[in-house]
Design a protein around this ligand. Structure first.
Ligand code: CA2
Length: 147
């Protein structure tokens, strides 16, 4: 059994499906976890799915993935646009890290146009709603099959 793929979610994503469905859709984070589990299992992988509102816990999850996992798919949420800690941590991570977003930050407010995470991640997928996670997983699986 290969090492699991870590899927890490940042602040407020626990509110998905309850507010702002026009931007983020009606699916809850539990719905997205179920979709990701199914997609990963179809390719012989397990996932470790987590969410935190705390920046340092996201750093801890990426560091845990680097020791115990095979790849990372991360939606850093608002920390995308602010976090040097996540940038440093992803730079230090030896695994493929794929950044995903439900919405398309470049089509939104100016402050969302900068991503610290994109400057360290292998690839970014955005604007596809929950499907961004599946496409992010597919990107990670693709990179893993190259190795
Ligand atoms: O589009 C995305 O996935 C984002 O990462 C979502 C973040 C936002 O700060 C990024 O710019 C783009 C916000 C996540 C907050 O999620 C909520 C869900 C429901 C209700 C309120 C917030």
């Amino acid at each position: 059994m290969p090492k699991p793929i870590y899927i890490i979610n940042g602040p407020n994503l626990n509110l998905l499906g309850q507010r702002e469905p026009d931007i983020y859709g009606y699916q809850t984070l539990a719905d997205i976890e179920a979709l990701c589990t199914k997609q990963a299992q179809a390719h012989g992988y397990q996932i470790v799915f987590s969410q935190s509102n705390i920046e340092g816990e996201l750093v801890n999850q990426i560091q845990a993935a680097n020791k115990l996992g095979s790849a990372v798919v991360i939606n850093p949420a608002a920390y995308t646009h602010t976090s040097v800690a996540l940038y440093d941590c992803i730079k230090a991570c030896e695994l493929p890290v794929i950044e995903v977003h439900l919405s398309q930050p470049h089509a939104r407010e100016d402050f969302r146009h900068v991503s610290y995470v994109s400057q360290a991640a292998k690839a970014t997928i955005s604007g596809m709603g929950a499907q961004s996670y599946i496409l992010g997983l597919d990107a990670a699986l693709h990179l893993l099959t190259l190795n």
